[in-house]
Structure formats: structure tokens, C-alpha cells
Design a protein around this ligand. Structure first.
Ligand SMILES: [Zn+2]
Length: 171
């Protein structure tokens, strides 16, 4: 007598295996054996950029941290919160934090600045423009998706063809 295994069984087993691995990983993260910063280190994320659509809805707290760069170890801290005050934007919090490998010259310079300061640097509009110009001119393919995300992020103004606000209130 032949036993017929339904086609779906291998997929179910694979899904259960993935679920098990994910649960195991989650337990290890919660137990402190794996840290978010380690995962970012392994993935090559070397800095984060915090941006917000700077339109008429943006609250003062979000505007204050627009175009701010952070080191991964700062973002991984349990106490980390990009905003210094609660967000009061009427449509709700719309900020975006984008992880970057940052291997083009302007991004490497920014990482140097982040090492000297406490892991957080607010960029002026000029610095942000230079950073994005550098990313666009870079031939390194690693940040293409992140730059595309920033590029498609909604904002009130456009500069250099990017749908991305490069005007900072922090300078
Ligand atoms: Zn806000």
C-alpha cells in the first residue's frame, strides 16, 4: 500500500522549521545573547538617518530631529528614542529611520564625526545635500534600496530630484 503525502506537507514542515528558528532567535534576543547591534554589525549597517516629511503637519519634536544621523550602538540602546519630546503631529508619527552601509566618502566622514560626538549628529541642510549627492554619485551598490526608500519618502519640497526633505531645522 503506497502512502501518499499531500503536496502541501513539505511547505508546512519548512514553515514550521522557520517558525521554530524564529522563536529560538527571539528567545536569544530576549535573553540578551543576541543584540540588535550585533545583527546590524553583521549586516554592515554603520549608521542610521532619521528623517521626517517637513510639511505643515510636522510637529516641532519631529522637525528637531529631522536629518539626524545615529550610530547603531546608540539606536540599539534600551533607552533610545530619537525624539526628545513627544510627537504631536496630527496624522501621527511619520518619521523614518533608515539604516545605511555608508561606504561613500561623505558617509564615511559622517561616521568619523559620529565617533567623536556621542553617536548622534544633526546635519545642516548643506551637509545633508552633500551626503545625498555623494550617495547618488556613489558606484557602491549596497545602499541603493535605502536611498530609494529615502528618495520615495513623501515631503513638501524636492531637491536634486529626490522626493526627500534635505532642509534641516537643526542647523
Ligand atoms: Zn511629530
Amino acid at each position: 500500500m503506497a502512502i501518499t503525502i499531500p503536496d502541501i506537507v513539505p511547505y508546512l514542515l519548512a514553515s514550521l522549521g522557520l517558525l521554530f528558528l524564529w522563536q529560538l532567535h527571539s528567545l536569544q534576543v530576549r535573553a540578551g545573547r543576541i543584540k540588535a547591534v550585533d545583527i546590524w554589525n553583521r549586516s554592515g549597517i554603520r549608521l542610521f538617518l532619521h528623517v521626517t516629511p517637513e510639511d505643515s503637519h510636522a510637529c516641532a519634536a519631529c522637525r528637531e530631529v529631522n536629518n539626524t544621523a545615529f550610530l547603531p550602538k546608540v539606536v540599539a540602546s534600551m533607552k533610545f528614542g530619537p525624539l526628545t519630546k513627544p510627537c504631536t503631529t496630527p496624522p501621527g508619527f511619520r518619521c523614518l529611520m533608515v539604516g545605511l552601509h555608508g561606504s561613500w566618502p561623505e558617509a564615511l566622514r559622517l561616521q568619523g564625526q559620529l565617533m567623536k560626538q556621542p553617536g548622534r549628529v544633526c546635519l545642516s541642510s548643506k551637509e545633508m545635500t552633500q551626503l545625498l549627492d555623494g550617495a547618488l554619485a556613489s558606484t557602491t551598490p549596497s545602499d541603493r534600496i535605502s536611498i530609494a526608500v529615502l528618495d520615495s519618502y513623501p515631503c513638501g519640497k524636492q531637491q536634486h530630484g529626490l522626493g526627500y526633505q534635505v532642509l534641516s531645522l537643526c542647523d
